[in-house]
Write a protein that binds this ligand. Sequence first.
Ligand code: PHE
Length: 452
Amino acid sequence: MEEKKRSSFSGRIGFVMAAAGSAVGLGNIWRFPYLAAKYGGGIFLLVYILLAVTLGFSLMVSEIALGRKTKLSAIEAFSTLNKKFKFLGILASAVPVIILPYYSVIGGWVAKYMVVFMTGGSAQAAQDGYFSQFISAPVEPAIWFVLYIIATAVIVLLGVEKGVEKASRILMPLLVVLSVIIAVYTSVQPGALEGIKYYIMPDFSKFSVKTVLAAMGQMFYSLSLAMGIMITYGSYLKKDGDIEASVKQIEIFDLLIAFLAGLMIVPSVFVFSGGDESQLQTGPGLMFEMLPKVFDSMPFSNVVGAVFFVLVLFAALTSSISLMETVVSIVQDKLHWSRKKSSIAVLIFTIAVGMLSCLGYGPLSFISVFGMAFLDFFDFISNSVIMPIVALLTCLFISKVVGVDPIVEEVKLSSAFKREKVFRVMIRYIAPICIIAILVSNLLSYFNIFVI
Ligand code: PHE
C-alpha cells in the first residue's frame, strides 16, 4: 500500500532540480553575503567551502540515502528504525516550523523591492536609511509579509508547485547570468579591489569559533539539511538515481549562487559606503542596503533591479514552498487533517509567529530575546542551535543505529561512491567531534558575554 502511494521523481534530473530548488534561495542570496561580510570575508568563505564539501556532502548523502532506503519521511524514518530516536524526527521537524515564518518576512521584503524597482523607485531605494525606515514601519512590511506567505500557501494549496519549478528552471540560470553581470560591474568600480580582497583572501587573524559556527549553520540552512527535508526527497528517489552525482550537482549550484551573491554584495560595501567598514557588520539588511546602490549606479537601474528581484523572488518561492510543504505534511500526518485544513492552519500559525519577526524591527523593537530582535533570534536558534544538534544526532543515528555500511551500500546501488572514505570518517568521527566542540565552545563564549 505504502509503496503504491509514494510517487517518485520522473528521473534523476527531476530530483536534482527539486532538491536544488529547495536549496537555492534567500539563504544563498540574502544570508550568505551578510554572514561573509560579518565574519571576516575570505576566512568565512574558506571555512564554508571546506565544510560544504566534507560535512555537508556527507550529511546530504546520508539523508538522501536514509530516505531512499526507508521510503519514509523524517519523523517515521527515525522512529521506524529505532523508537528511541523518535524525538530526533520531531526535533528535525521543528526546524522548518521555525524557519518558515521569518523566511516569509524576508520574502516580503524581496517582493517590496521588486515593486519599488518596477515602479521606477531606484533612486529612492538607494538612499541611506531607506531600508531601515521600511522595516521599522508598523504596517507596510506586515502587508508584504502576508502577501508573500499567502502566495506561497496558494501555490501549495492548488498543488501548482510543478509550474513554479518549471518556471524556475528557466529563471535560475538567468539569475546566474544576471549575477555574473552585476558582480563584474561591481568589481570594476573604484574601491572594489579592496572589497574583493576582503571577500576572497582568507585573513587567518579573523578566524574564530564563531566563524565556524556561523559557517556551519549557514551550510545546513543553505543546503536544506538537518531538518528532514532531504530524507523526504530521498524517499521519492528511484533506486537507480545516482546519489553521489546528485549531491555534487546540488552543492555546486548552491555554492555558485552563494559565491556570486557575495561577490555582488560584499565588495559593494567598499565601493558605496565611502570606506566605512563598519557597514560590514550590518547583518540581515545588508543585501537590501547595498544592492539598490549598485543598481542605481548602473544604466537602466530600474530594469536591472526589477529583473533581479523577480529572479530572487522565484528562488525564494521555491524554497518557501518546500518549507511549507514539509510543515503541512507534518500537520497532516500528526493530526490527520485534510490537506486544505492543514494548509490553512499552517498559514494562520505562520502569519501569527512571523508577525513577531516582522514587527520586531519596528513597533516591537523594545522587546529583545537574549539580546536579539525576534527575526535574529529565530534565525539563531534554528541555525546555530537546533540544526547542529540534529546534524550531530543524525551522525550518531547512522553510526550507532543504522550502521554506516547499510548507508554506503544504499549509495553504491547507483553510485561509484568515490568519496566513500571521506564519508565514513566524517560520519563516524570528524563530524560529531567538530559539532560538539563548536557547540560547547560557543555556549561557553555565549555565557561569558551573558555574565558580563
Ligand atoms: N535552503 C533554502 C535557502 O537557502 C532555505 C530552506 C531551508 C529551504 C530549509 C527549505 C528548507 O534559502
